[in-house]
Design a protein around this ligand. Structure first.
Ligand code: M6R
Length: 607
């Protein structure tokens, strides 16, 4: 999704804006631009393409020189990617950058056209610029406040007024925005990594609040223009965490960070050898009283919820529904008081997940957010909160965030099962001991399977389509394996419950079609092996992922990837590693942009 930045300070503004936007590239974009005050005049440089194209254009046509400005990377929603549709957009006196969607832009555009306002782009953003310009009578704050009342939708805006060359304004509703504060300089940004090279200090800005950045510092106002005070936050990670650190891609760096991420996430939640989630307001009594659990999320986070469902139902015997957030809202879900709705999100800004959470609250359910990004919207608005401590995840394909989401799912399931009296204290203690072994086993897996996964990647590049199959927890996991492969290698794949194949899908199997079979659950092994034989005998090229103690004939599959053994219920945390690596090496072999796959954005802040 779009990234916005802004700067007021002593440095060269164009350089700061481009450099800050580089740290937001992970969000996905198709065009870029900046607007900087040069000799008290706004100078705009923008282009379709990457930031490198913008820099090249500025080298050719001249870079704006100044100390105050705004910048943007655009992920097209209204109007195709083009130079004209790139931000910033100007209406007379006012220039803006925007992340989000102005829902009533058509109606506003018609109104403006009736007043003879002319438009040059197809964007909803230009409407905001023109609207601000129409009502501007010399007081920026008053104008922003008025226009804020007129627009509907979600947005974060950076705004400059031609006759206020020392000030940047920012306005937020729904879309993420932070205000960074350095020594004699201030920033606006969609996310913390953008400012980390300059400062770790920042303010969170709430819905409908306005920030005014000038050489005197930053001031905040509510929608009625009343000044407000805010608490300064400090990022607990630095530039290294947001850099590749010697790895060729963020994705492979993040895969390798998983052991540490798990430790950071579980260790503070283990007390005297038992799970302890009391920090998020969860008490044993509250846990006992929940009748149903719903897990609502999107993409990878939803897949973590699928594993959570199997584990919670198995151990705590509480029914769990897993919902795709974008479906949840529109199917009139049967939830209410006494239910717990768990929202899982890395970014904490996913629009579908956020609106699902708000609906759940409205219906009377208690909400628990499992979120990675500190201070994000979902984190702030949930009744209860558990932070995962993956650190910044930059690659669009989520890996370490999934791993820590799983970690929390297990901790939660253990604590719930104990509270419900479905497992004894000693059983619970054993589960916790096993969970504590996971980081080391993940590291071991990482050091053992790289060659096989590289080989699998080189085999898969010619495939048009493939299947992932598994049963039980392995099925839940294979959904994530399939998504990972699809999103970065662009090869079509589906995950199937292995037992379901014969009910239709097996007809797809032809000579050489790859099938990745995950078989880590002993009780289901025999049945899985039968399914593997069924596809193999029809010509499939089978890659089997199983544990090191699994006894199968060498001819059962074309490739066998063996992973370390751990308590069976925890096997998804190890088995996901080869699936992540297979996706990575396949995308690499195809020469794809691994960290920034086409059409995708890291944080999906529109519905
Ligand atoms: O930030 P969130 O966890 O809410 O994001 C949800 C999905 O958009 C995300 O997991 C997406 O599926 C990833 N790109 C998958 O790798």
């Amino acid at each position: 999704m779009c990234g916005i930045v802004g700067y007021v300070g002593h440095r060269d503004c164009s350089d700061v804006l481009v450099s800050a936007l580089t740290r937001l590239e992970y969000r996905g974009y198709d065009s870029a631009g900046i607007a900087v005050f040069e000799d008290d005049k706004i100078k705009v440089a923008k282009t379709q393409g990457r930031l490198a194209d913008l820099s090249a254009k500025m080298r050719e046509e001249g870079k704006p020189h100044g100390h105050v400005g705004i910048g943007h990377t655009r992920w097209a929603t209204h109007g195709k990617p083009s130079d004209i549709n790139s931000h910033p957009h100007t209406g007379g006196n006012v220039t803006v950058v925007h992340n989000g969607i102005i829902e009533n832009y058509i109606e506003l555009k018609e109104m403006l056209k009736r007043k003879n306002v002319e438009f040059c782009s197809d964007t909803d953003t230009e409407v905001v610029a023109q609207l601000l310009n129409l009502y501007y009578k010399g007081d920026p704050l008053e104008t922003i406040s008025k226009v804020e009342d007129m627009v509907t939708g979600s947005f974060a805006l950076g705004i400059i007024f031609a006759d206020h060359p020392d000030t940047v304004y920012a306005l937020r509703r729904e879309s993420p925005l932070i205000i960074g504060v350095g020594k004699d300089e201030t920033f606006i940004a969609s996310d913390v990594p953008a400012i980390l090279q300059y400062t770790k200090k920042y303010y969170l800005i709430n819905h409908n609040e306005i920030a005014k950045l000038s050489f005197d510092g930053v001031e905040f106002y509510d929608r009625y223009m009343n000044p407000i005070t805010k608490e300064l936050q400090e990022a607990d990670w630095d530039m290294d965490a947001a850099e590749k650190g010697g790895f060729p891609h963020f994705m492979i760096k993040e895969i390798n960070e998983q052991p540490e991420s798990i430790k950071r996430t579980i260790l503070p939640r283990i007390y005297n050898g038992m799970p302890d989630l009391s920090e998020c307001g969860i008490t044993a009594e509250a846990l006992r009283n929940f009748k149903n659990i719903h897990i609502v999320a999107c993409g990878t986070a939803m897949h973590a919820g699928m594993v959570g469902k199997y584990v919670i139902e198995k151990l705590a015997k509480v029914p769990v529904n897993v919902d795709i957030a974008s479906e949840f809202k529109y199917r009139e879900p049967l939830i209410g008081e006494g239910d717990l709705v768990i929202i899982i999100s890395q970014s904490g800004e996913t629009a579908d997940s956020k609106s699902a959470m708000l609906l759940a609250k409205k219906l009377g359910a208690k909400t628990l957010a499992i979120v990675n990004a500190k201070g994000s919207s979902i984190a702030r608005e949930a009744d209860m909160l558990i932070y995962t401590h993956a650190g910044p995840e930059i690659a669009v394909a989520s890996t370490k965030a999934y791993m820590v989401q799983l970690s929390v799912m297990y901790l939660f399931a253990f604590e719930l099962a104990l509270a419900k009296g479905k497992i004894t204290e000693s059983e619970c203690a054993k589960y916790i001991t096993d969970l504590q072994e996971v980081p080391e086993k993940v590291a071991e897996t990482l050091s053992h399977v790289v060659d096989e996964c590289q080989h699998a990647g080189s085999t898969l590049i010619t495939a048009d389509s493939l299947l992932y199959i598994g049963r039980g927890l392995d099925y839940a996991l294979s959904m994530e394996g399939s998504l990972k492969l699809k999103e970065i290698s662009y090869i079509h794949s589906e995950s199937y419950a292995a037992g379901e194949l014969k009910h239709g899908t097996i007809s797809l199997i032809t000579e050489g079609m790859p099938v990745i079979a995950v078989a880590t659950q002993n009780a289901l092994l025999e049945k899985m092996i039968s399914n593997v034989k069924e596809v193999k005998s029809r010509g499939a090229y089978v890659i089997l992922v199983c544990d090191e103690e699994c006894v199968v004939g060498a001819d059962i599959a074309d490739d066998i990837i063996k992973i370390p053994k751990i308590s069976e219920i925890l096997m998804p945390m190890l088995a996901v590693v080869p699936l992540q690596l297979i996706a990575y090496y396949t995308a690499l072999a195809k020469g794809n942009d691994v960290d920034k796959p086409r059409n995708l954005a890291k944080s999906v802040t529109v519905e």
